[in-house]
Design a protein around this ligand. Structure first.
Ligand code: NAI
Length: 344
């Protein structure tokens, strides 16, 4: 069930833990500690079954190894999933904190889908191996969304430069899917930089309100992936790039924050075959983890974090150049670079 699971990638350890008093059920996957403690957020989610939760933990933890390595962080990759069911009370979160504490620092948690900085504060009551806590102004850390959006902004600029030969966003048309913590912040940055925006969110009132605020247009949720634009930016769910959706894309660049955007291994090659430049998700969306790791290591103020996030632009430019030179899809180039860094 585990060693032959399709997404098992010689993970160093996979921990299954329960707490009967609070109803906690969690899976913590440690993919690699080659570069340092396995860092990656905790997802609180309703899964169809246990196997789906395990798959998520395995895939996401491997992605964190790649993401942290490519971001130049002294951290390995891990991820926790909590199976949604019992109420997420203080005692529940502290039980989760005790599970993390029992791993002795091999795994360090942070926010992911369904978890907030207030949740991290409660977890911190039971373990020191936690980041993404609320911080005072000027310090690294806190909600990673705006940092992630900054990384997407500079990474998209690298893609637009490489593919369209444009050095700025003036008049560049970006279709943004998902307007939450990352997508909303990104849309504001792009609007300020002169981009033309088409916005969509499953919460159509949110899309309409932001479009009014930014002087943008908004599209129906099921149309945003076929809008004729320069860039498609997925900032909602993963696995949105499928054989069918790639065939219907009407853009030159895909650059967004969602994790695991490619539904199948061959989807990067499909994008390349269509002449669409894909910014590998875990490279472009590293801004948030750069911020929370700086906080965790006690190594940074906001200015040094900003400088580190700015390096995403050059890193992507290198990947794009290498992909051109070797005639390979960008995701394969990035995966090969990441695996080399983690000694695989
Ligand atoms: P969020 O929960 O704040 O926002 C997600 C937005 O997408 C919401 O406005 C929601 O209504 C919308 N949405 C949900 N399903 C949708 C659908 N089917 N079509 C269109 N819109 C839909 O999440 P956040 O933090 O902005 O993250 C966005 C994505 O980026 C997620 O995939 C997340 O895993 C990824 N990510 C986030 C990071 C962060 O720092 N917050 C870091 C790295 C990746």
């Amino acid at each position: 069930m585990l060693f032959d699971a399709p997404d098992f990638d010689a993970h160093e350890a996979v921990h299954f833990a329960t707490d009967t008093a609070t109803g906690l059920q969690t899976i913590i996957a440690v993919h690699s500690t080659h570069l340092g403690p396995a860092a990656g957020g905790c997802r609180w989610w309703t899964y169809a079954d246990d196997a789906a939760a395990l798959t998520d933990a395995l895939r996401l933890s491997r992605g964190m190894s790649y993401k942290n390595a490519m971001a130049g962080l002294p951290m390995g990759g891990g991820k926790a999933v909590i199976l949604k069911g019992a109420p997420k009370t203080q005692t529940f979160l502290q039980a989760f904190g005790r599970v993390i504490d029992g791993l002795g620092g091999r795994y360090v948690t942070a926010e992911d889908v369904g978890m907030s900085d207030a949740d991290m504060t409660m977890i911190a009551g039971a373990t020191k191996y936690v980041s993404g806590l609320p911080v005072a102004g000027g310090q690294a850390g806190g909600n990673p969304g705006p940092s992630t959006a900054e990384g997407i902004f500079v990474g998209m600029r690298a893609a637009v430069s490489h593919k369209l030969g444009r050095s700025d966003f003036t008049g560049v048309h970006v279709a943004v899917q998902g307007l939450g913590s990352v997508g909303g912040s990104l849309a504001r940055k792009l609007a300020a930089a002169g981009a033309k925006l088409t916005l969509a969110d499953i919460d159509s009132a949110r899309a309409a309100a932001l479009a009014t605020e930014l002087g943008a247009t908004y599209a129906a949720n099921d149309e945003i992936m076929t809008v004729a634009a320069d860039v498609f930016s997925p900032n909602a769910l993963g696995a949105v790039l499928t054989a069918d959706s790639i065939a219907a894309l009407n853009v030159a660049v895909v650059a967004g924050a969602a994790n695991n955007q490619l539904a199948q291994p061959g989807d990067g090659a499909r994008l390349t075959a269509r002449g669409i430049l894909y910014a590998p998700d875990y490279v472009i969306n590293a801004g948030g983890i750069i911020n929370v790791v700086a906080e965790y290591l006690g190594q940074g103020d906001a200015a040094s974090v900003a400088a580190s996030i700015a390096r995403i632009e050059g890193r992507l430019a290198d990947i794009f150049a290498e992909a051109d030179a070797s005639n390979r899809p960008t995701d394969e180039v990035a995966d090969a670079m990441a695996r080399k860094l983690i000694g695989r």
